[in-house]
Write a protein that binds this ligand. Structure first.
Ligand SMILES: O=C1CCCN[C@@H]1CCCn1cnc2cc(F)c(F)cc2c1=O
Ligand SMILES: [Mg+2]
Length: 518
């Protein structure tokens, strides 16, 4: 039966979040799995322990890695004066509609409205200018774990597009471009690993086009994800090289004497990076791995990796036998906890095994271990994988070797399946007439592209009003470039001067992913 009430392949957004139909909330995977609770302010959500625990696993892993790179965590105020925010006037105007402002405290109006941080460049960089006086103060590498507010008006989606979200934002300043370039890619690689090694979600690292990059950046690199159920790409993590755009005199004037200048008089402006990864990670994981029974958690981030459920206990079971089974479940959970597996025995009274199976399946627990009287007699347990449903008996004596291996196998199989899905939806397109049908087929079109912004505008426009007559119910939103993958060797080499751009027939430069996106 479908525990979630609607099939994922039938109505993805309804499957993903609750639909309040006639004031009757119909639960969906995020609610059913106790991941989140809807909140009284639109676009904001409560992150319950079942999802917050995943964020904590990501934080623990990422913190260890960036601290090893010499990055230090810090905290800055969430309020930005309008004067400070306007310092970035050039590209802010594109974002100003989504800035949230405090205009009043109690009954008194504020002299000047104060913005709630949508990102922290304008909060931090005046102080970078103050703290960085000599080249010996470089590199400065700070990271913030905080929440930011962007008052988006597009339809909110829990974890994927919310008005407030948790993220980390790293902000570093370097003496040379080479150092900045190197760190941009080191951080992007960490983002790829968060997805692939923790969440079993495949990513394609690459660089954004001029149109899609952050306007204030010199260049933007990205890990691009894919949601097969919607056929949409998703920007899953970004690492920008800001160049000297923010350190120049008209901006924050972060300048040091240049130690490499032979005259000893030279000055150089700091080369800066900024990089961010948010709770969007959780939404991507839910969308990629979830099924019609609910959540499917990757073992490495699951708050409970193994749940042990007593079976075969009925009203007729003697107290002695009931206790024997329950004790065995407890022992089993404890022996797994001893080897650092997050295990839990579900000994709740008054719930049938079937109820418990469904409960933990909806919450996505990777492995269930069942123990009934005859399992006990055989000194075994029956394991059930959440990702494939496969059942296999395990001798209690083998638990400590078999269960860790099973969890690793599940991670690898979940990743392999998602990678296969991603690759199956990456279509090499070399003729324009195949472009829109590819998008309408819920695929990403990978095309030889000229990388001209005008061409990208044209592709977006032409693919919005699609050339082919198609049913008007599926308005195809225009395609945008998602990433220029660093790994170009996956596709037949582009011959300079020969291979033509699919959009405009001018010389193509690199293979580029185009698609609809979140
Ligand atoms: O994307 C990141 C990673 C972490 C640090 N920040 C960078 C660039 C953020 C680009 N950006 C993105 N969104 C914004 C929204 C706003 F309302 C606003 F005032 C400013 C911005 C804005 O600068
Ligand atoms: Mg935005």
């Amino acid at each position: 039966q479908i525990a979630i009430g609607v099939k994922k392949e039938v109505d993805l957004s309804a499957w993903y979040q609750s639909v309040s139909v006639l004031r009757k909330e119909r639960d969906r995977v995020l609610l059913k799995a106790d991941m989140l609770e809807y909140y009284s302010v639109s676009g904001c959500y409560i992150l319950r322990p079942w999802s917050y625990g995943i964020w904590e696993e990501i934080q623990d892993w990422f913190n260890k890695k960036i601290k090893a790179m010499g990055v230090q965590n810090a905290s800055f105020p969430m309020f930005v004066s309008s004067k400070a925010l306007e310092r970035e006037k050039d590209h802010i105007e594109g974002f100003s509609p989504e800035v949230a402002w405090v205009t009043r405290a109690g009954s008194s109006e504020l002299e000047e409205p104060i913005a709630i941080r949508p990102t922290s460049e304008t909060v931090m960089y005046p102080y970078y200018a103050k703290w960085i006086k000599s080249h010996r103060d470089l590199p400065l590498k700070l990271n913030l774990w905080n929440n930011v507010v962007r008052w988006e008006f597009k339809h909110p989606q829990p974890f994927l597009r919310t008005r407030e979200y948790l993220w980390q934002e790293g902000h570093t300043a370097h003496l040379t471009k080479a150092e900045a370039d190197k760190e941009v890619l080191e951080i992007l690689e960490l983002y790829r690993r968060v997805y692939e090694e923790l969440l079993a979600v495949p990513m394609i690292p690459g660089v954004k086009s001029e149109k899609e990059k952050f306007a204030g950046a010199l260049y933007t690199t990205t890990v691009e994800g894919f949601i097969p159920a919607s056929g949409r790409g998703i920007q899953a993590g970004t690492s920008h090289c800001l160049g000297q755009n923010f350190s120049q005199p008209e901006m924050f004037n972060i300048v040091v004497e240049d130690p490499n200048d032979p005259t000893g008089q030279g000055k150089t402006y700091a080369w800066q990076n900024s990089w961010g990864l948010s709770t969007r990670t959780i939404g991507v994981m839910v969308m990629v791995h979830g099924d019609n029974q609910g959540l499917v958690l990757p073992p490495r981030v699951a708050s409970v990796q193994v749940v042990v459920v007593p079976c075969g206990i009925t009203a007729k079971t003697s107290d002695a036998d009931r206790n024997k089974i329950n004790d065995a479940c407890d022992e089993l959970a404890k022996s797994l906890i001893d080897i650092d597996i997050r295990a839990k025995a579900d000994l709740r009274e008054g719930y049938t095994p079937g109820y418990k199976f469904n409960d933990w399946e909806q919450k996505g627990v990777p492995v269930r271990l069942e123990i009934g009287p005859n399992d006990l007699a055989k000194q075994q347990t029956v394991s059930v994988r959440r990702d494939t449903g496969a059942k296999a008996p395990i001798a209690l004596a083998d638990l400590k070797t078999t269960v860790p291996k099973l969890l690793e196998t599940i991670h690898n199989d979940m990743y392999a399946k998602a990678l296969n899905d991603y690759n199956a939806h990456l279509k090499e397109v070399t003729r324009w007439e195949d472009f829109v049908p590819t998008l309408d087929n819920k695929c990403i079109a990978v095309i030889p592209w000229c990388e001209r912004e005008a061409c990208e505008d044209d592709i977006k426009e032409r693919s919005g009003r699609s050339a082919e007559p198609q049913d008007e119910r599926a308005p195809s939103a225009g395609a945008k470039s998602l990433a220029i993958p660093f790994d170009q060797d996956r596709w037949t080499p582009i011959e300079p001067g020969k291979t033509k751009c699919v959009g405009c027939d001018q010389d193509a430069k690199r293979w580029t992913m185009f698609g609809r996106s979140y």
